[in-house]
Every structure is written in structure tokens, then in C-alpha cells.
Design a protein around this ligand. Structure first.
Ligand SMILES: *[C@@H]1O[C@H](CO)[C@@H](O)[C@H](O)[C@H]1NC(C)=O
Ligand SMILES: *[C@@H]1O[C@H](CO)[C@@H](O)[C@H](O)[C@H]1NC(C)=O
Ligand SMILES: *[C@@H]1O[C@H](CO)[C@@H](O)[C@H](O)[C@H]1NC(C)=O
Ligand SMILES: *[C@@H]1O[C@H](CO)[C@@H](O)[C@H](O)[C@H]1NC(C)=O
Length: 200
């Protein structure tokens, strides 16, 4: 006959064995999920999209005495998706040209789909028509114009979705900031490529 103390001693190891098994199973599950997430991440490995302004010019520039601006800006923007598995839907893209934090002109680019490892060139025309500029902006723009070139900020705001295999993400807002884009008034000056900051 076992004494009560002996019975308790026999029960305790059995009890802790069950607990230990549960702990091991839980730990294994956590490790498995972690490894699965890590593998998915490594396989997809999302990389930042690369934007550059490849060309820029200005035409029909006319700055009135009261700060009314007429001008047409042409920009060639290169968009590169370096991902090997992630494609991108651009559902809307707004491009604007700014100077001294004042918007000179604004336009939309047609929506497009960018496959992985794809380079897409966007030709954007931005027309400023009788845009009223503040006194100090008018002054700065006049001084820069007389130097033969102006520094413009080109901003893009896009609504995008990612596509990986058959899966499509929700909408995200992509902000692209290219500054300074030096636009020459002379056709004989060559344009210098501008790299853009991309912010998701
Ligand atoms: C800008 O264009 C408008 C017509 O769209 C014209 O009436 C105005 O005189 C122009 N301004 C300048 C400064 O050329
Ligand atoms: C990028 O994708 C567009 C549209 O999907 C296609 O027209 C273009 O040829 C592609 N560019 C390259 C370099 O593959
Ligand atoms: C942009 O303007 C240029 C001339 O300045 C023209 O050849 C081109 O077709 C225009 N592009 C668009 C998309 O309107
Ligand atoms: C251009 O803007 C000025 C002042 O903002 C205005 O008086 C003029 O009527 C405008 N011209 C046109 C063609 O819109």
C-alpha cells in the first residue's frame, strides 16, 4: 500500500509532463509561424520603387507684372519597380510642379499596371495658365529666370495596390518628391537627372 505522500509524488511528475508537452507544442507552433513569415518575407522581399526625373523643359513662359504666370512644363519621369514578385496597380497619379511651396501646375497621369522588374516612362505636361503668384514668389522666380534656369519641385501622389501572385493589397498612398529639378530655359543646356524620394 502506498502512503498518501508516495501517491502525490507519483502524480506530480505525470502532471508536469502534460504541461511540458503543451509548452513544447506551443513553442513549436510559434517557431513554425515565425519561420513561415520569414520565408514569405524572403521570397517576396518588397523593395522600394525607384523614381527619377530624366528630362524637363519649359515652354511659353510668361510672367506678368502682377505675378500672373503662364508656362508649360514637360517632364519625363522614369518609374522602376525592382521587385521580382510584386507588381503594382497605379489607380490614380497626380503630378504637380511647385515653386516656393506654391503649386504652379497640376495634372493627372493615366492609370497603369506595372509588372515586376518593369520600367515605365511617364511623359507629363503641366500647364500653368494665368496662375497668381505671391509677391515674393514672383520676385524669386524672376531672379531665377534671369539666371537661365529655375528649380522646380515635382511631386507625385499616387493611389496604388500591390499584386503578389493572385493576391492584391488594399489601397496605399505613395508620395514621390523630386527636388530640385533644374529646368533650363535654353534648349542647348542638357538636363541633369534628378533622383526622387519615395515615401509610402
Ligand atoms: C496668360 O494667358 C492668358 C490667356 O489664357 C492671357 O490672357 C494672359 O495675358 C497671359 N498672361 C501673360 C502674363 O502672358
Ligand atoms: C512595362 O510595362 C508596360 C505595361 O505593362 C509595358 O508596356 C512596357 O513595355 C514594360 N516595359 C518594359 C521595359 O518591360
Ligand atoms: C506634351 O507636350 C508635347 C509638346 O510640348 C507634345 O508633343 C506631347 O504630345 C504632349 N504630351 C501629352 C501627353 O499631352
Ligand atoms: C488673369 O488673372 C488676373 C488676376 O488674377 C485677372 O484679372 C485676369 O482677368 C485673368 N485673365 C484671364 C484670361 O483669366
Amino acid at each position: 500500500m502506498a502512503t498518501p505522500a508516495q501517491q502525490q509524488a507519483a502524480r506530480r511528475p505525470a502532471h508536469s509532463k502534460v504541461l511540458r508537452s503543451i509548452a513544447i507544442v506551443l513553442l513549436a507552433l510559434i517557431v513554425l509561424v515565425g519561420v513561415a513569415v520569414l520565408i514569405t518575407w524572403l521570397v517576396i522581399r518588397p523593395k522600394q520603387i525607384v523614381y527619377t526625373v530624366e528630362d524637363g523643359s519649359v515652354h511659353n513662359f510668361n510672367l506678368g507684372t502682377h505675378g500672373q504666370l503662364n508656362a508649360t512644363f514637360n517632364f519625363a519621369i522614369r518609374s522602376y519597380n525592382p521587385n521580382s514578385r510584386v507588381s503594382i496597380y497605379y489607380d490614380s497619379i497626380q503630378v504637380s510642379a511647385e515653386y516656393d511651396d506654391q503649386t504652379l501646375a497640376l495634372n493627372m497621369v493615366d492609370p497603369y499596371f506595372q509588372p515586376h522588374r518593369n520600367v515605365t516612362r511617364l511623359e507629363v505636361n503641366l500647364t500653368a495658365q494665368n496662375v497668381s503668384l505671391s509677391g515674393s514668389t514672383t520676385r524669386d522666380l524672376k531672379i531665377e529666370k534671369s539666371s537661365g534656369a529655375v528649380e522646380i519641385d515635382v511631386l507625385l501622389k499616387a493611389k496604388i495596390r500591390y499584386k503578389v501572385g493572385r493576391w492584391k493589397s488594399a489601397h496605399h498612398t505613395l508620395r514621390i518628391w523630386c527636388s530640385p529639378v533644374l529646368v533650363h530655359f535654353s534648349r542647348f543646356k542638357s538636363f541633369e537627372r534628378t533622383y526622387c524620394d519615395v515615401e509610402l
